[in-house]
Unconditional design. Structure first.
Length: 69
């Protein structure tokens, strides 16, 4: 088998594995929702210390979306 074909098949196989895993996670989670995480917790993404646009939590606070679950 050609090396480039083998590399392509491995790549496609890994992508299928990832998407199947994400699909299973969606089926298992309540209401098919991913758990919310705040970008405000990441200092690389939030250099100004702004509140999370998703739940309104400040960088020093826990994600408010997780409290409602």
């Amino acid at each position: 088998m050609d090396e480039s074909l083998l590399l392509f098949l491995i790549t496609v196989g890994l992508l299928v594995f990832v998407f199947v895993g994400i699909g299973i996670k969606i089926l298992i989670k309540k209401n098919g929702e991913f758990s919310g995480t705040c970008a405000s917790q990441n200092p690389l993404l939030n250099k100004e210390g702004e509140a999370c646009g998703f739940c309104g939590a400040l960088p020093e606070e826990k994600c408010k979306n997780e409290e409602t679950e």
